[in-house]
Design a protein around this ligand. Structure first.
Ligand SMILES: [Mg+2]
Length: 131
């Protein structure tokens, strides 16, 4: 049974990022990261939603694993080692965002607006999504 229909994808604006060139960093030039990510995705529909969600959680786990082994085993890693794992987290964040009609850039903008708003309201600490 599929949990995602074509209607869902249409309603979510499945991958509308083509007109949004990256503004993340000047070195990225006109690279549209969300579109680039889309070119690497091998699954579709419900399989994709599950794969991308598990991918995000798995890669976040790989970041945590490096920190765990640093503390437990004094296992060292380079800044590039952790950056590669963080990049995997970013990849799956963009992949999931694409499903819901968001680009990585729009996700970053929403996050910045949310945290700036919390800072302005003095609610950076605390809990709850809408504070
Ligand atoms: Mg990884």
């Amino acid at each position: 049974m599929s949990h995602i229909s074509d209607g869902d994808l249409d309603a979510w604006g499945y991958y509308e990022g083509e007109a949004n060139p990256s503004t993340l960093h000047p070195s990225l030039g006109s690279i549209n990261y969300s579109k680039w990510v889309e070119g690497k995705i091998l699954t579709e529909g419900n399989d994709r939603l599950v794969e991308n969600t598990l991918g995000l959680v798995g890669e976040a786990g790989e970041v945590a694993e490096k920190i765990k082994k640093l503390i437990r085993d004094n296992s060292r890693f380079t800044p590039d080692d952790i950056a590669k794992e963080l990049g995997d987290v970013v990849f799956y964040s963009a992949a999931l965002g694409n499903i819901f009609g968001h680009t990585l850039e729009s996700i970053i903008k929403l996050n910045m607006d949310k945290l700036d708003g919390r800072e302005a309201r003095g609610t950076l600490k605390g809990s709850g999504d809408d504070r």
